[in-house]
Design a protein around this ligand. Sequence first.
Ligand SMILES: Cc1cc2nc3c(=O)[nH]c(=O)nc-3n(C[C@H](O)[C@H](O)[C@H](O)COP(=O)(O)O)c2cc1C
Length: 177
Amino acid sequence: MSLLPYGTLRPRLPNRLWGPDMKAAVIYYSFEGNCTFVARQIAKQIKADIVQIEITDNKKRTGLAKYLWGGKQVILKIIPEIKPVNFNAEAYDLIIFGSPVWAGSPAPAIKTFLSQTKISGKKIALFLCHGGGAGRAMNKLKEMLTGNEFVSEIDFKYPIRNAESVIQKTEEWVKTL
Ligand SMILES: Cc1cc2nc3c(=O)[nH]c(=O)nc-3n(C[C@H](O)[C@H](O)[C@H](O)COP(=O)(O)O)c2cc1C
């Protein structure tokens, strides 16, 4: 654990993408809270704004029904309706994008968001949360964000179950941004 608070007292490395004079945002979708956990850690550590993408369908789904519902969306390329998102990419020097992995892809809500909000020419860092492996999901997420510069990427296995190590991992990761 660092004794220095993040922000002005922390010595700045050259070419950092965030700091007192830089603005960063964490924007993410989370169905079951794992990406929320990671997004909050990162936002707290680098003093970033945080924006959650939420679907309008708030029916609770668990077990097999959850996988069938989500998997079907991915396979049939369904674009779920999302709540309005207040996000202006131009306001940020760095955008950190996060999603769970669903059937080897980013969750479909990300596609909905990106179909409504143009993001290009930005520095982007990516994180994925999964239950086994990110597979091709990272590449798919990059394809959805073509036209941006990818500065870093990271993934987490069931972050809520591994909270302590995830906090440490995010602390190390943000130092590289
Ligand atoms: C519909 C659905 C499909 C999933 N597919 C995968 C998968 O292909 N690979 C994987 O490793 N985990 C998969 N998972 C597990 C989630 O990626 C994992 O639990 C993640 O941490 C969830 O993030 P969240 O809590 O922010 O929603 C899936 C979960 C759901 C609900």
